[in-house]
Design a protein around this ligand. Structure first.
Ligand code: KG4
Ligand code: ZN
Length: 341
């Protein structure tokens, strides 16, 4: 089955063609980073309008690269939530309509399920069941994954998401948007041991996260030391280490609690090299297998949506003709309400 995947939930237009027999045939991504940079963050209305401009040419480009014509596609998958509602509606309208015009099935995909399945696009893919750490700009969650569509939320953030904490901390250190990768680059030059940072919510049981206190702690440190040239990189390094160690402690707990031997990490912050190194080392120490998507599939992309959609279509799921999207859509509601009504 050949599935066209469309991702437009935030500030990247992503398109891909996934074939259940031959794997990923093509993928294309257009990032809106430059469009939003002057505002220091994503402007939702500008995001929607840019998806309108870029999506159809990107679909043509991707089909061209896959060597397929539209008629060879067996299904269309699109991100239906969670995300920016205007942006989501662009992909949902285009995807649903294209499927109707071609008289093939469509499927609405949950964006976080796309992230969760993304490591399966790689060689030696992880097999169900596993524990997933999903760390993106909007979410930080630990999920117990039993099989396709069977997800239990083990814990999530009470305030900022991990990526949001990276972005806000980067901004206060004067780094350009998008802050996460910039902060990670600055941290490479810093001494992570110079300043003490808390490991939030690790002193009590549970799998919940909280990053807003860490952000305030970082702000106070920076206000105290902002005339010291080397302090910026040292603060960035200390912050990154605090986030990665906190995530690692919670992963360890989740693995113990579930008895799982397979951990996957995905979402934009999963592209952070320090986090990948830390969790790989934890895996070696505790005997778990740890899997990640390649770096470009940690952040938003069409490949993960094509892949997730293909799995659901092969399971016989189909979307009705309504074009619908949800800004909020709890991941574990996929079980009780498998598809959008
Ligand atoms: O998954 P994603 O592309 O979009 C959402 O679904 O939110 O994640 C984007 C987030 C941003 O907060 C970005 O700063 C962060 O992932 N990010 C990183 C890195 N690359 C992206 N954070 C830390 N280190 C990185 N290398
Ligand atoms: Zn994402």
């Amino acid at each position: 089955m050949k599935v066209l995947g469309i991702e437009t939930s935030c500030d990247e237009t992503g398109v891909a063609v996934y074939d259940s027999e031959h794997g990923l045939l093509a993928h294309a991504l257009y990032s809106q980073v430059e469009l939003h940079a002057e505002y220091g963050g994503v402007v939702p209305e500008l995001a929607s309008r840019d998806h309108v401009r870029k999506l159809l040419p990107l679909i043509d480009q991707c089909l061209g690269e896959s060597g397929l014509t539209r008629d060879a596609i067996d299904g269309v998958a699109y991100t239906a939530g969670p995300g920016l509602i205007g942006a989501l509606l662009v992909g949902a309208a285009a995807g649903r309509s294209l499927a109707m015009a071609l008289d093939i099935p469509a499927i609405a995909v949950h964006h976080m399920e796309g992230h969760l399945l993304a490591p399966m696009l790689e060689e030696n893919p992880p097999a169900f069941p596993f524990v997933a750490l999903l760390v993106s700009g909007g979410h930080t969650m630990l999920v117990e994954v039993r099989e396709l569509g069977d997800y239990t939320l083990l814990g999530e953030t009470l305030d900022d998401a991990a990526g949001e904490a990276f972005d806000k901390t980067a901004k206060l250190l004067g780094l350009p948007y998008p802050g996460g990768p910039a902060l990670a680059r600055l941290a490479e030059r810093g001494d992570a041991g110079r300043f003490a940072f808390p490991r939030p919510m690790t002193d009590r049981p549970g799998l919940e996260f909280s990053f807003s206190g860490l952000k305030t702690h970082t702000r106070n440190l920076w206000l105290e030391h902002n005339e010291d040239q080397s302090a910026r990189a040292d603060i960035a390094a200390g912050f990154q280490k605090a986030v990665t160690e906190t995530l690692a402690i919670k992963c360890r707990r989740a693995m113990q609690q579930t008895g799982s031997g397979q951990l996957i990490i995905s979402g934009g912050v999963g592209a952070n090299i320090a986090l990948r190194e830390k969790l790989t080392a934890e895996g070696e120490k505790h005997g778990w297998n740890v899997s990640y998507p390649r770096l470009e599939f940690c952040t938003d992309n069409g490949a993960m949506i094509a892949f997730a959609g293909c799995k659901h279509l092969l399971a016989g799921e189909r979307q009705d003709l309504e074009i619908s999207a949800r800004a909020r859509w709890p991941l574990d509601q996929l079980v009780s309400a498998p598809r959008l009504a």
